[in-house]
Design a protein around this ligand. Structure first.
Ligand code: F6R
Length: 614
């Protein structure tokens, strides 16, 4: 969701910015733009609606010389996607150009005040208000850009990551952040700036994550300066990036999503590394071990997350209730934050987020902290905001997830939640040594078992052709596979735009069964578990109403295989590990149906990878 790139240094500025924008495409956007300042201090802004390639076409005959530049991909919030609303935005006199991620909540009040002082506006965006405000302060106070930025940010409510260029100052970028990510790459006499480190990973491994309420001043030939809003210098913490360029490429696959589905044996292996030791007999989860007293004393767990991460959270509830005997509530972060949550020091709040930047989840964390809860984060992106805002946590270590539809991050999240439930259960005495050893052994085999599941690829590709033109789908499951069914339905709808509902199989008869006919296929997730006999009768109910059935069952299944139209067999695993196995055929089914429909699976319409606005 919106991406910022900036560069100050001796390389080809335009080239770095465009490549950087392409790297950030996965975040989701609808227009793009670039501001380039020539060595003589002329400030040019070029913008185009649609893909970055449209911007490149637009720029072909333009003056692309530059010593410094900033660029942006916009995901529209205030004002429709258009050339005009795209960033960067000029200030009234054209002396400043600014890019912005986030939303300025009080933009209307600020805009009205500026208009009263004679400032005119040319776009519908909240961002233009910010650049006009900075210029207005600069002119009225006769101050420097840095002072004007600081004063303007003091008046702004909302979330922002910004970068500003000033005409006549081709040696400088001023940037700032609050609740929207911003990272600076430090090279030899050069600075990179971006929403995440992917645009500059091949140029430098030295990164500085800008913190909330910090202003960054990058000047050629000078060290990076960070200032807080009181104008005090703050420390520059340099982090070594652990990211490689090959992780950001498709590696021979036609799409990132397919690559990421097929990477899962390796990503699960990476996620497990060093955490399941002594042949499965011991779980080593630093975040739990460092906070044993908290996990021992906890009276309740509350999980907050959004989307796919929420589905992983729901699985976390089943796992923690079974293995730790602790009550667990799972809340959408967007609801939790406004619902007067009853939370206290006896609670542990687990926040799950692939990107580590989801605005609603971040807000939920802040509320939980204010109310005295211990907050544990489960994230993928090292150095992102959520790991920094939580007391402790675990990274899922599945590598960058570029496809907008989450796949390998989901299985990584579920795996970490499984390890957490086992570790905490053992700590609290609800899981025996023998149970740890048994489940630990199975967990170590998961990468190999997932490889086995991926052999269904051809069969699923073939199957997808039959269902490409279905207009509705039902996904049914029970117990551990109810959240998996929800996730299967979400995957299908977000990339193929087919309406799909996930439902607890037994609930179907309380309403959705009315929808079933020959045109409404059902995907039924029914591995051999303690609810298997129950789900058999749900399958019969669908069949009796003429619905076609794709069943995901355990190898050797007899009952459901006889009733279903299509059967996908997956390896037998203990019940609590089935979601990792059963979710994979559904990822493939969604992928192939979307491909058959000619959809852009990696960048589905309207969606953003990193949802940094409310
Ligand atoms: C769906 C998907 C989204 C995200 C959601 C939360 O495939 O990716 O539903 O799960 O936007 O994002 P994170 O996990 O980054 O907080």
């Amino acid at each position: 969701m919106c991406g910022i790139v900036g560069y100050l240094g001796g390389r080809d500025v335009y080239d770095i910015l465009i490549k950087g924008l392409h790297r950030l495409e996965y975040r989701g956007y609808d227009s793009a733009g670039v501001a380039l300042e020539t060595p003589e201090g002329k400030l040019n802004v070029y913008k185009a609606m649609g893909k970055v390639s449209n911007l490149e076409a637009f720029c072909r005959d333009k003056d692309l010389r530059a010593s410094v530049g900033i660029a942006h991909t916009r995901w529209a919030t205030h004002g429709e996607p258009s050339d005009n609303n795209a960033h960067p935005h000029y200030s009234e006199d054209g002396n400043l150009a600014l890019v912005h991620n986030g939303t300025i909540e009080n933009y209307k009040v600020l805009k009205d005040a500026l208009m009263q002082h004679g400032v005119s506006f040319h776009t519908e965006t909240d961002t233009e208000v910010l650049v006009q405000l900075i210029e207005y302060i600069k002119l009225t106070n006769g101050c420097t850009l840095i002072e004007a930025v600081r004063e303007a940010l003091g008046q702004v409510q909302g979330a922002y990551a910004i970068a500003v260029l000033e005409k006549g100052h081709p040696e400088q970028i001023v940037a700032a952040r609050k609740s929207s990510p911003l990272v600076i790459g430090i090279g030899e006499d050069e600075f990179f700036l971006a929403s995440d480190a992917t645009p500059f990973v091949e140029y430098t491994k030295e990164a500085v994550y800008v913190k909330d309420d910090e202003i960054a001043v990058m000047r050629r030939g000078e060290p990076l300066r960070l200032l807080n809003l009181k104008n005090e210098e703050t420390t520059v913490d340099v982090t070594e990036l652990n990211l490689s360029i090959s992780q950001l490429e498709k590696g021979g696959y036609p799409h990132f999503m397919l690559k990421e589905i097929f990477e899962q044996p390796a990503t699960l292996h990476d996620c497990l590394r060093g955490r399941v030791v002594e042949h499965g007999r011991r779980i080593v989860l630093a975040g739990v071990m460092d906070n044993e007293d908290k996990f021992r004393a906890a009276k309740r767990i509350v999980i907050v997350a959004c989307g796919t991460s929420w589905h992983a959270g729901l699985l976390g509830k089943y796992l923690i209730q079974e293995l730790c005997h602790l009550p667990v509530e799972v809340e959408y972060a967007s609801e939790f934050r406004y619902n007067n949550p009853v939370i206290g020091p006896d609670d542990i709040v687990i926040a799950i987020s692939q990107s580590g930047e989801t605005a609603d989840t971040l807000a939920a964390i802040q509320i939980a902290r204010q109310k005295g809860a211990f907050v544990y984060g489960i994230s993928n992106v090292v150095g992102s905001s959520i790991p920094r805002e939580t007391h402790s946590g675990t990274y899922i270590h599945v590598g960058p997830e570029i496809g907008v539809a989450s796949t390998k991050a989901f299985t990584g999240q579920v795996l970490v939640l499984t390890l957490l439930a086992l570790a905490v259960g053992h700590l609290r005495g609800t899981v025996s040594d023998q149970q740890v050893a048994e489940l630990g052994g199975w967990i170590l085999r998961l990468p190999t078992l997932v490889k086995e599941v991926l052999k269904l690829d051809k069969k699923i590709k073939h199957l997808s052709a039959i269902y490409t033109y279905a207009r509705n789908f039902l996904y049914l499951g029970r117990g551990y596979n109810y959240p998996t069914a929800l996730e299967g339905a979400l995957k299908l709808k977000e990339i193929s735009y087919i309406h799909a509902e996930g439902y607890p199989a037994a609930e179907m008869k309380h309403g959705p069964i009315a929808l079933i006919d020959a045109d409404m296929p059902s995907v039924i997730v029914a591995p051999s578990d303690h609810l298997y006999d129950k789900i058999v009768s749900n399958v019969q109910q669908v069949k009796a109403r003429g619905g076609s059935i794709i069943a995901i069952v355990s190898k050797g299944d007899t009952e459901i295989s006889k009733i279903a139209d299509h059967v996908l067999e997956v390896p037998v695993v203990p019940e609590c590990l089935t979601p990792i196995i059963t979710s994979i055929p559904m990822q493939l089914l969604s992928y192939y149906i979307a491909i058959n429909k000619g959809k852009d699976v990696d960048m589905p319409r309207n969606l953003a990878k990193s949802v940094t606005v409310e």
